[in-house]
Design a protein around this ligand. Sequence first.
Ligand code: 1GP
Length: 258
Amino acid sequence: MVSNSLYSEYLTAKQNGNKKFVVLIDPDKVRLGKIQKVLELSVEAGVDYFFIGGSLVVNDMLDYVLKSMKENCHIPMILFPGNSFQLSYKADALLFLSLISGRNADLLIGKHVITAPFLKMSPLEIISTGYMLIDGGIMTSVQYMSNTNPIPANKDDIALCTAMAGEMLGLKLIYMDAGSGAKNPISESMINTVSSAINIPLIVGGGISTPEKAAANARAGADIIVVGNAIEKDPQLIIEISKAIHEQSTTKKSVSHQ
Ligand code: 1GP
């Protein structure tokens, strides 16, 4: 059981200016042959964490994928659930997401009430997370499935106030996401505005496909950067993106899971 250990790591990393790189694994999209390659490259590149999840998981692969990952590396696995069914005790932690950019009560508190007793009994570290969907230029699965409007891409002030409210409500992380496969990733200006106003770690993802953009996001104030789609297409990108993100750390020392 890991209790609060991953969240403590995030906080320490933020305080020390260490930038973290997360590879997102969608259990539905993972081809069994390809996951091995992704794991090898992730270990080689010093990937900090895996997020596992998707807006809609239609295959019953979650436990199997987590088991194979655990057998092959020690990088912590954090569930990033698109719905209440994406739970597995084989992971290390779970992002307990409240969709604070939307006004769908079910995703703000409803599903949480239903899943809370199960999570209370689970060995997972539960990390409360204010999830903010930002318009990424196309209708993403999360936008459609959540039936919410994303925050417009140029409304830095709305993102700022939403993140501040999330922190004041006691959420432990803010995750700004343009959605998987977004056409336009979140602007550096919005990342900078939000990160300057909150003290909790800021996760940024959605549509990041180059080492340059990943590095620019880290410089703009993102503490943790998530990449999924681009890596599914070209796993070799893991090496370059990891290097680009970690080079933005102001101190080079960080916890290693390899
Ligand atoms: C999506 O932030 C993640 O929730 C990652 O997005 O798949 O576009 O990298 P991509």
